[in-house]
Ligand binder design. Structure first.
Ligand code: SF4
Length: 363
């Protein structure tokens, strides 16, 4: 993407923001809102690309990884969720430890295994400790990136213990880092409408900060394109940035576009492709203290994920193998991609593919 000249940014009313980005200065909440109001999304993309290039050059990271979804039975019943089933409902499943282990593709030798699921009313910590232990015995060097803060809060509730205690026990069993889901949008008014039973924003942030205090890395997300406003998106990004200032343990931010299929949430104006890209670009510009922005091809689709690599994102996620949550919501992407396919997608948009592990160490 070509860099645009300063007077161009002046002409579209964001010359001061361009100057701040060039100087490496932090953008304010008001700057973020103005970037959403700016009539030129390509200019925002170009600004984000400058930042991404300053941080990572033309590298685009990928990981040989695998997702395992252990259950879709969940007590939370979020309005937007296409994945959740009630206990006893047709289509509900819970994997036994052996079934979960059998899902691991031994031909792949994954560097990272991502495990998340619904908040099952009866699955206790013993199940998860056994699962993590068994995977670490089988693949000792794999990074286990598991559970959202919402699941951690749920485990604490059913075990009648603290979230710190849950984190300590799971960490001892092999948990390396937390997944980033469950953040949705932090504004409590929006949360009340789309996920009233889920952990609050305060709880979500507190659990991540507890993990950071224990020395664990975590990830963070934002679900956008439903009933939230641009102000809500900026508020979400600012709260993540403040949380990172306090603990520094977030490795990667994953912007998740809301997919409308099979959801009870009716949306007046579904996201356009350009709105997705603008939001990814603004995320890169606002989150000056989080190293990586993911172009999550499962939710974006591979072609849009390629475009995102030129709008501020630097990570293409990975092989994935089997994914249920995004696909139940209408994702039309493949279930998995091979290493060759990932590398071809990355080189196809002019970036250099760099294999990484779960902690973003280059391999
Ligand atoms: S989004 Fe997560 S917590 Fe909410 S109903 Fe779906 S599986 Fe449960």
């Amino acid at each position: 993407m070509k860099l645009l000249k300063n007077d161009y940014y002046e002409n579209i009313g964001i010359g001061d923001i361009h100057a701040k980005v060039l100087a490496g200065e932090r953008l304010s909440r008001e700057d973020g809102i103005r970037l959403f109001d700016c009539p030129e999304p390509l200019a925002i993309g170009s600004l984000a690309h400058q930042v991404r290039t300053r941080m990572h050059g033309d590298k685009a990271f990928y990981v040989i990884n695998q997702h395992i979804n252990y259950t879709n039975i969940c007590v939370n019943g979020c309005v937007f969720c296409a994945y959740q089933r009630e206990e006893g409902q047709a289509g509900g499943f819970v994997l036994s430890i052996d079934e979960a282990l059998a899902k691991i593709d031994s031909s792949l030798t994954p560097r990272e295994i991502h495990i998340v699921g619904g908040c099952h009313p009866k699955l206790g910590l013993k199940y998860f400790e056994e699962l993590l232990n068994a995977i670490k015995v089988r693949i000792p060097n794999v990074v286990l990136k598991c559970f959202t803060a919402v699941e951690i809060a749920h485990f604490a509730k059913i075990e009648e213990t603290t979230t710190i205690n849950v984190l300590l026990r799971l960490n001892k069993a092999g948990l390396d880092m937390l997944a980033g889901g469950g953040a949705e949008i932090f504004n409590p008014y929006i949360r009340e409408q789309i996920c009233p039973r889920k952990s609050t924003a305060k709880e979500w942030l507190a659990i991540h900060e507890e993990a950071h205090q224990l020395g664990m890395k975590t990830n963070c997300t934002m679900l956008f394109g439903h009933i939230e406003s641009h102000e809500d998106r900026i508020d979400h990004l600012v709260r993540l940035r403040e949380s990172q200032d306090r603990g520094g343990g977030y490795t990667c931010f994953i912007p998740l576009p809301f997919l409308t299929e099979n959801s009870q949430l009716s949306i007046e104006k579904p996201l356009t492709g350009l709105e997705e890209l603008r939001t990814i670009a603004i995320s890169r510009l606002m989150l000056d203290n989080i190293s990586h922005i993911k172009a999550y091809w499962v939710m974006l689709g591979v072609k849009q994920a390629q475009a995102a690599l030129k709008f501020g994102a630097d990570d293409f996620d990975g092989t994935v193998v089997e994914e249920k949550i995004g696909h139940e919501a209408g994702a039309t992407s493949e279930q998995g991609l091979s290493r060759t396919e990932l590398e071809e997608m990355i080189t196809g948009c002019g970036c250099t593919p760099v294999e990484r592990d779960g902690f973003f160490n280059e391999i």
